[in-house]
Design a protein around this ligand. Structure first.
Ligand SMILES: [Zn+2]
Length: 268
């Protein structure tokens, strides 16, 4: 038994130490599913053609998964920093020094520009790649710990207890809070969130990537305030945290879904 337990434990430790890159797969699936329900007929048709009949939900985590593929070294490694932008306490996106390899805001601006003004000059495989990237990155843009501080690597170095499990704040927001808020599948999440009226959908799609990101930074600041108000050396996040932050979680997923639909409808 002991012989079996040690390899299992080392695998578990390895999994716990892997840095995370965005909403977990379910978060990205929820965002893409909401977007899909709000696409125009024309956008649906064009996307269907580009993705060979697969859905945007199918590819929502492609940009995370590519990091472990043999293609990573072929140039995709250049996208490594595109999933986030760090903003330290007392700073804004504008006042932070920019990552010269790009961040989630500059990447989305570039990709959107390519897919609109330069669309006719792109090869089909570039169009497919850029589409998959936009689907993923609009999700990341709304994930609070992707607007986290540089000083703690977007919450990756901010140790917290999630109920009885030692983890970090980034990981809590990538997936753990989604699993604790509701025991829903991604499509149940989508059906339960995508119920806003036209007026709301229209009002939240105004703005720029940078303005949307700035709102995510404000959300992240509230999370940091909560964590820093804890009296324990390692803050314990449990039922109260889930209760307090579920509305923010739900809103961020919904906003990301509506805005992704808006971006894709504008492109196609
Ligand atoms: Zn990501």
């Amino acid at each position: 038994m002991k012989k079996l337990l040690i390899p299992i434990l080392s695998i578990m430790m390895l999994i716990n130490s892997i840095p995370s890159y965005g909403w977990g797969a379910k978060g990205h699936d929820i965002v893409a599913a909401i977007a899909e329900q709000n696409l125009t007929k024309k956008a649906k048709k064009e996307i269907n053609k580009l993705l060979g009949g697969k859905s945007i939900v199918y590819y929502s985590s492609w940009m995370d998964n590519i990091q472990n593929s043999p293609y990573w070294k072929d140039g995709y490694y250049k996208t490594k920093t595109w999933h986030y932008a760090n903003v330290d306490k007392g700073h804004t996106y504008e006042t932070m020094s920019k990552n010269e390899n790009g961040d989630v805001v500059t990447a989305l601006e570039m990709l959107s520009k390519e897919m609109t003004v330069n669309y006719d000059n792109l090869t089909d495989s570039m169009k497919v790649d850029y589409l998959k990237m936009i689907v993923h990155l609009v999700g990341d843009l709304h994930c609070p710990m992707h607007a986290g501080r540089l000083s703690d690597r977007g919450g990756n170095k901010c140790k917290v207890m999630w109920f009885r499990e030692e983890t970090n704040l980034h990981s809590v927001w990538d997936s753990k809070i989604i699993e604790s808020a509701h025991k829903w599948s991604y499509s149940e999440w989508c059906d339960n969130l995508d119920r806003a009226d036209k007026k709301y959908r229209k009002s939240v799609t105004r703005g720029t990537y940078q303005e949307w990101f700035t709102a995510t930074v404000e959300g992240a600041a509230k999370i940091y305030d909560y964590v820093e108000s804890s009296e324990s050396a390692v803050p314990v996040l449990s039922y109260q945290f889930v209760y307090d932050f579920s509305p923010m979680l739900e809103e961020q997923l919904l906003l990301a879904g509506y805005r992704l639909a808006y971006v894709l409808n504008s492109i196609f």
